[in-house]
Ligand binder design. Structure first.
Ligand SMILES: CC(C)(COP(=O)(O)OP(=O)(O)OC[C@H]1O[C@@H](n2cnc3c(N)ncnc32)[C@H](O)[C@@H]1OP(=O)(O)O)[C@@H](O)C(=O)NCCC(=O)NCCS
Length: 174
C-alpha cells in the first residue's frame, strides 16, 4: 500500500486520538499514555511534537489513502549515543496487516539516513509482539538480542527484542 510520512498538524488530533484510544494498541507501547485517550491529550502530544527540536525528534503522521492511520517517531539519544535514534510506531487497529508499518519504517529509515547524521536506528518491541518484530525484519533490521525481563507491563515481566539498522546496511539494501 502506498503511504506517506508527513509532519503532524494540530488538526490531526481527533484522528490521532481515535487510533490510540485502544487498549490493544497501548498494551504494546510504553506506559504513560492516558486511557481513555482524548482529543485534548492528542492536542498536547502534537503541540509537543511541533515544538520539538527537528534535529532530535522526527515525528510523522503515517497517511494512507488520504487518512491518518498511524504515528512514527524517531528520537535521537543523548551523550555518547547521540548518533543513534530509537524508532517507535503504531497503526490504528483497523489498518493492521496491510503492510503499512513496514512501508512507513522503510520510508523513515530512507529519510533519516539521507537527511541526518544518524548512524544507527533501533527499536525494542516486546518479545511477544511478533507483528512488530516482523515489521523490523522485513525492513532489514538485525536482531541483536533478547533483553530478558527488561520491562514490566500491566504488572507482567516482559522480555524485549533489540533490533537495529546501521547506515551502511541501509545503503547496501537500498
Ligand atoms: C505492530 C504493528 C505496528 C504492525 O503494523 P502493521 O501495519 O500491521 O504491520 P505490517 O502489515 O507492515 O506487517 C506485519 C507483519 O507481521 C505479521 N504478523 C502479524 N501478527 C503476527 C503474529 N501474531 N505472529 C507472527 N507474525 C505476525 C504479518 O503477517 C506481517 O508479516 P508478513 O508481511 O510477512 O505476512 C501494529 O500491529 C500496531 O500498531 N500494533 C500496536 C502498537 C505496536 O505494537 N507498536 C509497535 C511497538 S514496538
Amino acid at each position: 500500500m502506498k503511504i506517506e510520512l508527513r509532519p503532524w498538524r494540530l488538526a490531526d488530533a481527533p484522528a490521532l486520538a481515535g487510533l490510540i484510544n485502544n487498549k490493544k494498541v497501548q498494551d504494546n507501547l510504553r506506559d504513560g499514555l492516558p486511557f481513555p485517550y482524548t482529543t485534548a491529550h492528542a492536542e498536547q502530544f502534537l503541540a509537543q511534537m511541533l515544538n520539538a527540536c527537528p534535529n532530535d525528534v522526527f515525528a510523522r503522521a503515517i497517511v494512507a489513502e488520504g487518512a491518518v492511520v498511524g504515528s512514527l517517531t524517531a528520537e535521537r539519544q543523548k551523550n555518547i549515543h547521540r548518533y543513534t535514534a530509537e524508532l517507535g510506531y503504531y497503526i490504528g487497529e483497523p489498518y493492521w496487516g496491510r503492510g503499512i508499518t513496514t512501508a512507513a519504517v522503510r520510508a523513515a529509515c530512507a529519510w533519516l539516513f539521507a537527511n541526518t547524521d544518524l548512524v544507527r536506528l533501533y527499536a525494542e518491541p516486546f518479545a511477544r509482539n511478533r507483528a512488530s518484530c516482523r515489521v523490523l525484519e522485513k525492513a532489514g533490521f538485525t536482531l541483536e538480542g533478547r533483553l530478558r525481563q527488561n520491562a514490566v507491563k500491566n504488572g507482567k515481566r516482559e522480555d524485549m527484542m533489540l533490533y537495529s539498522l546501521l547506515r551502511e546496511e541501509w545503503g547496501r539494501q537500498a
